[in-house]
Design a binder for this molecule. Structure first.
Ligand SMILES: Cc1cc2nc3c(=O)[nH]c(=O)nc-3n(C[C@H](O)[C@H](O)[C@H](O)COP(=O)(O)OP(=O)(O)OC[C@H]3O[C@@H](n4cnc5c(N)ncnc54)[C@H](O)[C@@H]3O)c2cc1C
Length: 497
């Protein structure tokens, strides 16, 4: 027997999460449901979250949004990867690039040959064997259209978070989403089922709904404050719990990558946009204080600061359940892994698509809810492990913060991955929805300086053959990158806001 269909979807919150949800549901459901979004100008949005990963392009494609339209509207730039400065040790830098690393030989990935030949002094730094990384270092860009190895390029965007929200709002409203401005002061629940029935605004209006999407940010107005779903705290593995964000004036060139520079008790981001550079210092309050953190940030800007540093506090972790009764939490209401690998907007996106693939009827079948929560848990845990690996695999012990990170215990799921990689530089995905691919793990673990042995099958090839194979990769990539236009030129010609 089929239960009654859902008629109205009420989204609580108009930050990046709320408007991404409104834009996508209104597009995919084509007017089937009444969709409303409640937001409060008085409360505002968190206003950070400006770096993305390539999967956002699939999201934009589903929405029918082009690169040109979005980058112009959000004063955005392209992102080929993330540079990690001083993470392995002071003075060292590597890039985690999106896209492929070289080419395979036999059944082996190129890093296997590299591990052997680099130890013998017969290969250059690992950065030279991935086209995204070589292009990033040269400040060049391509959208991957072209013959190999250019087609191995993959990319994401940097954009102004506030402008991205407004941009999506226009799309959502054009497809019939009703925006309701007002501060929610009370949540009314069905006395029998405990389901959320309506939210009441400060001016007395009530907004009802069948399905509620909680996009209210860290407070989790519905999932936490109303339904009491607790939080799994992961700060023993991810010790950063505060951030200060500040924009500064742009400087040339317009780098096509995010930079993350390790600091004594955390790290600093640098996100180049067309009109400004976004900067932030993410740090651990157990190892430094707010004033010292602000001093470090302000002393390390490339251009003149355009505002005072804005503080944000957070706890790394996730809600025990992200779907409970008729409430699904998306965005910061569902959890937050610190911004090191720019994964929050991605988690918003996969959460929305998961809502679509498991869209309920009014029975809110527990089997559907359980599957949604299972997938979310698994996705969060995999990303968590990848981020922890950046802190754990380091040679730094020069400050109490880094000594803690280097020696901390990590989740078993990560430890077994690190053990396998150390034994033979092998990596396998463990489930379908896992976000980070082998290329990402390889670049980060090698970049962070893991001590790994190579796969014994590498010895099937002579040293001379292995060295020649790596040299070919390096030359083909270097030659292709030399022909690419500069990132500045690409933006100026086609994407200027
Ligand atoms: C320091 C930092 C850096 C980050 N950097 C990145 C990054 O580079 N890349 C990335 O992908 N992500 C990043 N993130 C995460 C990213 O900022 C968020 O995932 C994203 O902004 C989504 O936020 P949100 O919409 O869930 O919450 P918010 O932006 O906080 O929005 C909450 C909404 O709920 C509304 N609301 C709340 N309470 C009420 C109420 N009582 N009544 C009415 N309305 C209400 C508010 O008005 C607002 O509209 C970062 C986060 C932090 C903390």
């Amino acid at each position: 027997m089929t239960a009654q269909p859902v008629q109205t979807i009420t989204i609580v919150g108009g930050g990046t999460a709320g408007w991404m949800t409104a834009a996508m549901l209104s597009k995919l459901f084509m007017g089937r449901y009444a969709i409303r979004l409640v937001e409060s100008d008085e409360i505002g949005i968190i206003g950070v979250g400006e770096a993305t990963i390539p999967a956002i392009r699939t999201f934009n494609e589903l929405l029918g949004i082009s690169d040109v339209e979005m980058l112009k509207a959000t004063k955005g730039t392209f992102k080929l990867g993330i540079e990690f400065v001083d993470w392995r040790e002071k003075g060292h830098s590597y890039i985690h690039g999106f896209g492929k690393i070289g080419i395979d030989r036999l059944w082996l990935r190129p890093h296997q040959f590299w591990l052997k030949m680099h130890a013998k002094g017969a290969a250059r730094d690992f950065d030279h064997y991935a086209i995204n990384v070589v292009a990033a270092r040269a400040n060049r860009f391509s959208d991957g259209r072209g013959p190999k190895p250019v087609s191995d390029i993959d990319f994401a965007y940097h954009f102004d978070a506030a402008l991205y929200g407004q941009f999506l709002r226009r799309h959502a409203e054009a497809r019939g989403v009703e925006r309701i401005e007002g501060r929610i002061i009370e949540v009314r629940q069905n006395p029998e089922s405990g389901h959320v029935a309506a939210v009441r605004l400060a001016d007395g209006r009530e907004v009802a709904g069948d399905l509620f999407i909680d996009c209210s940010g860290q407070r989790g107005l519905l999932i936490n404050q109303t339904l009491g779903i607790g939080f799994e705290d992961w700060s023993r593995w991810l010790p950063c719990d505060r951030a200060l964000a500040v924009p500064c004036e742009s400087v040339a060139p317009l780098t096509p990558y995010t930079r993350s520079t390790a600091r004594d008790a955390g790290w600093q981001w640098r996100i180049p946009l067309q009109h400004r550079i976004g900067n932030g210092h993410v740090y651990s309050s157990a190892y430094t204080d707010d004033q010292a953190a602000a001093d470090v940030l302000m002393a390390n800007l490339n251009g003149k600061a355009l505002a005072e540093p804005r503080p944000v506090r957070f706890t790394p972790g996730k809600r025990v359940k992200t779907w409970e009764k008729n409430v699904i939490a998306i965005g910061l209401a569902s959890g937050f892994l610190e911004p090191l690998e720019s994964t929050s907007i991605h988690l918003i996106q996969t959460g929305i698509l998961r809502i679509v693939s498991l869209f309920p009827d009014m029975a809110f079948d527990p089997a559907v809810v359980a599957e949604y929560n299972r997938q979310t848990d698994s996705e969060y845990a995999d990303i968590r492990d990848f981020i922890i690996a950046h802190y754990k695999v380091t040679q730094r012990e020069d400050t109490p913060f880094w000594a803690y990170c280097r020696h901390m215990d990590v989740p078993d799921s990560l430890q077994s991955r690190l053990d396998l990689f150390k034994s033979s530089a092998r990596f396998f995905k463990r489930n379908e929805i896992e976000l980070f691919r082998e290329e990402s793990w390889v670049q980060v673990l090698i970049g962070q300086g893991i001590d790994a042995r190579y796969d014994p099958s590498v010895d099937l090839m002579s040293d001379a053959e292995s060295a020649g194979f790596l040299k070919d990769i390096e030359e083909v990539i270097a030659d292709a990158v030399r022909r690419l236009p500069s990132h500045d030129d690409v933006i100026a010609r086609h994407f200027k806001a």
